[in-house]
Ligand binder design. Sequence first.
Ligand SMILES: Nc1ncnc2c1ncn2[C@@H]1O[C@H](COP(=O)(O)OP(=O)(O)OP(=O)(O)O)[C@@H](O)[C@H]1O
Ligand SMILES: [Mg+2]
Length: 210
Amino acid sequence: MKSMSGLFVTFEGIDGCGKTTQIEMLSSDLKDAGIPYILIREPGGTKIGEKIRTILLDKANSCMHSRTELLLYEAARAQIVEEKILPALKEGNVVICDRFFDSTVAYQGFARGLGKDPVDHLNQWSTGGLSPDITFLLDLDEQTAYRRRHGRSDEEDRLEAEGLAFMRKVREGYLKLSENEPRIRVISANDAPELIYKQIRKAVWEVLEK
Ligand SMILES: Nc1ncnc2c1ncn2[C@@H]1O[C@H](COP(=O)(O)OP(=O)(O)OP(=O)(O)O)[C@@H](O)[C@H]1O
Ligand SMILES: [Mg+2]
């Protein structure tokens, strides 16, 4: 199912690849152009979703089973689709999502080994069949992404602490996924932010001007 009258854009890639940086640049451009948009963060973005996010990132929950983790992501997703994304698209907004269901395929399906098919099935179910119109996959090697994040003073969260080997698997999962999904545009995230953004702007404006 396409996203009806609005435009549904998602950003994907391993931790620290530059998603938030690019989303800020796109938001600022949409704002300047007077194009209505909303910004959404998975798995948060709703009151219930933010609570689920806290459970997922809490280091005290290191005993969490990977199937529990998957279902929590899907629960947050079902809520945000109904409460925020569908209404915003119906009103004609651009909806920008910082991670969406491809993250679940890459992290839980590939890297945690739960399998692509079961995760796809749950993704379909939790979204009621809604799919992004365009997805930007910011592709970066895990060492560079780690170095980019290294300057941060935040304590590492539970997922980040699992390290580079896990991120390598996530990256491979994303790339595999992109092979069969024409909506996913793979963009090298090694360049300067402005160069990466040029490609994103071009792709978004091409669709907006159609
Ligand atoms: N193209 C780039 N070149 C160099 N540094 C960058 C680039 N893009 C972003 N950065 C820097 O790398 C760090 C991580 O970027 P950012 O927070 O945008 O990544 P992210 O994908 O949103 O990370 P997370 O998955 O942890 O939310 C930030 O310090 C940011 O300023
Ligand atoms: Mg971010």
